[in-house]
Each structure stands twice: as C-alpha cells, then as structure tokens.
Design a protein around this ligand. Sequence first.
Ligand code: BG6
Length: 480
Amino acid sequence: MNGKKIPPYLLVIVGGTGDLARRKLLPAIWKLRERHLSEFRLIGSGSGKQHNDETYRDFVARSIEEQGVDLRESGDSFDWCYYQSVGSGTTAEFKALADRVLQIEKETGLPGNRVFYLAVPPAVFPNAIKNLGEVGLNKSAGEIKLVVEKPFGQDLKSARELNILVHQYFEESQIYRIDHYLGKETVQNVLAFRFSNAMFESQWNRDRIQRVEITVAETVGAEHRAGYYDHVGALRDMIQNHLTQLLTLTAMEVPTAIDADSVRHEKVKVLRAVSPLSPENVVFGQYTRGAVGGREVEGYSEEERVAKDSQTETYVALKLNISNWRWQGVPFILRTGKRMFKAITEVAITFNSPPVSIFRQFSINEIQPNKLVMTLQPNEGFDLSFKVKEPGDVYRLSSQRLHFQYSEVFGRVPDAYETLLFDILKGDQTLFVRSDEVEASWELYTPLLSRKFPVHKYASGTWGPTEAEQLLDGSKWTTI
Ligand code: BG6
C-alpha cells in the first residue's frame, strides 16, 4: 500500500458490535485511518441499545487493544466514532439511522461518500439491504458502496435471489462481496508469481502438470460457531468460496490487465469450464475425539449446539476437471477440514515425471516429479523441489528444495481486512466477487448439496478420512 489519502468517507458497520467488527474490522480501520484516512467517520450499528457514542468509543478502543496495539501514545479520543442502534431492523429504525447519517455528514462537512458494511449473519442481509434502500441511504451527492460478507447465498437459488434484491437498490459497481482470502497478500501473490515469471507460466498447463492439490487445513474445530456451522458444513463454508477462489486464481488464463473486469472475467471463465462434479469424486468427513497439537479435543458431535447424530461435514475432499485447452485431464483436488493435523493453506503443483529413466538403477517410478508448493499461510512462501545427484561413487538421486519465505524478506504483511477495506474506499473491485462469479460457483456445488454423501469419521489431529486417498489415483498427498 502506498501513502495515498482517500476522500472523506462515512463508514457504517451494520453489526458494529459483533465478532467480526471487534476482531477484524475495527483494528483494520484504525491502522488504515492512521495512514490514509483524514476526515473519516464511523457509525457502529448494532441491534442493542447497550451503547451510546461514548461507550462505543470505548468498545472500539478495546477492540483495537485486544489485537495487541498500544493506544497509550496515540492521543486518539475516538471522537470519529458514533453509535446508532438499528434494533430489530424495522424500516423506522433504519430511518433513524438515515437521520443520524445526514446529521453527522452535515456537522462534519462530509460530502456524502458512504460505505455500508453488512457484518451480520447472512439471514439478516436481505432485510438490511432492503431497508438501506427504502430509507434512501443508497442515494447521496457522493459515492455509495455496499459491502456484503460471505456467505453470499446458501445455494444457487438463494444467491440469485440475493443478487436480484441487491441490484434493486445498488449498481454492481457499488457492490463489494467479500471473500477475505482474496485480501491475503500471499493469495494475491499467486497472480504476481504466475504472471510475472515467464519461466513458470510456460509450464502451467496440461503438457507439463500432472495434478494440482489445493489444501486449506485448520486445527480449530467448530467450537463457538457450532450452532451456525451445523447448518452449513465445510462445502458451503470453505469450498464454495475460499478454495474456489484459490482454484480460479491458480487456473485462470492471463488477464489483459490486473483490474477488476479483466481478472474477474478470467476467473468466471474457469468456473464455467469446470465439468459437473461426479459424486464418486467427493468425500465427506467429520472429526471425532482426538488430540491436536498435544491437546485432547472432543469430537464434532460432542460439541455444544451440535446435534448428537449430526451428519454435517467438517471435511471435504473433491476432484474436479477443468475442461479447457489448458487443463483438460489435469485433476484439481480440493481438500479442507477442521481439527486437522496442522493448520496450512497451500497450492501444490506436481509436474510431470521425465518420460523415461536414463539412469538404469532407477525405474521411472523412483524418479519423483518436481513439485512447486505455494504456501499461503502460515510461513508464507514457495518451495520448488528438484533432483540432484548425491556426491559419491554410488549413483544416488536426492530431492532438494529451492525455498523462499516471505517473512524473511518482507516482515509484517497487512491483515486481509486492511487490504480489502482500503480497496473498498479506493473503489477497486478486483479482489471482490462479482455477481456472475458467485452464481457460477454455486452452480457448480449446488447439485452436491441435496445428495446424502456418507460422512466418514476421522480422528481429530489427523489428515482426514483415509477414504479421500481414492481421489489420488494411487499417488500420495503432497502434504501429510
Ligand atoms: C471463514 C470460515 O470464512 O474462514 C471459517 O467461515 C474458517 O470456518 C475461516 O475458519 C478461515 O479463515 P482463515 O483466514 O483463518 O484461514
């Protein structure tokens, strides 16, 4: 990010006292404000009457401190923050919010640039969008933007309905659908890596690549989100959005430029080229009791607010084919799970093996193919494995690595929400999901939602059910 100042904005967070606001949005806003935002105002809007402006300012300060920021030297009185309840979300309560917005804009001389950030549960989106429109908050002399958190819909039908509703009040160019993975520096770096290194781009196709594995493994369980998660599952929670974003960035064609239209256009083309998923290429799992990092943890069905006989999947692995000139026949294997052996997000590319072995002592199967592993978190970096001859009389090959680690070179990388909020204020939609993109993604996975897949149990602290290995056609996972 450069030191560019952005025009004065009023940001309204609907859900301004919630978990996302507390943990991510408020700390990110504070960091951005320091660097880029001069006359910036924030209204936190919650359902309760527990706050007034003053207590909300304390809430904001505490949220920032909880993320390890020392505010003692800052001299910030947080007088740029306000609170306005939207209660149960009636139109009258949104009208009161509209009055407050106009009053603050008038008092502070803001030109009517507004961002409405819906940091609320998805069930609340439609009502909030409708009311923002009905009370006229979507119109002003300035720029207006609407930010909608994930999940955008819960299947193709609901995503389409939500798109129709949102387009009644906002233009597509005003809508920022969040997938916070796109804000992660290293996820964006997949594009930089691919499109500024001709060496790799020329290898990036079915002639050179044997398979692609995309893994998002977490050690956390459903825990305090279990009540919500039990109605959602890993397919909706992770595959449809985060892993699919990684898939499109890895597989897309070279865009004409890194701008919103060009990049999103290429991503949608990938989704449209994915062949319908066959059920035998999908494996569901659910964690049972076990140990993660030496700590005993309970099984999913033992967690509070989870039905004892719950069939919700906490793990999904699936294999898909992108039926286009670049990728036809190359398996893309997506895998995600909670309570796995370790937390890691990576894209692993396995290149083709040499066509024959000229080393008589080795069969072709013994010459492991080159692998490129892009680690997106933690320990962000790249790893390229290749073969060398070990010194000595006996001809022996060993696998060595070229390794680059982000933190060793660049130090702190901004949090995803800092990047995304900055882009929203700048008006750059490249890292946000377009309406046709979200629908294309749901179109792919919706047929799976109504099927009853067997849910294979796996012990917490492992790499998931062994049944998923069938997707590898006799190979092994790159990371286990
Ligand atoms: C969220 C999912 O979108 O992403 C969570 O709802 C998941 O279930 C989280 O834990 C993972 O995000 P990150 O940034 O921790 O990898």
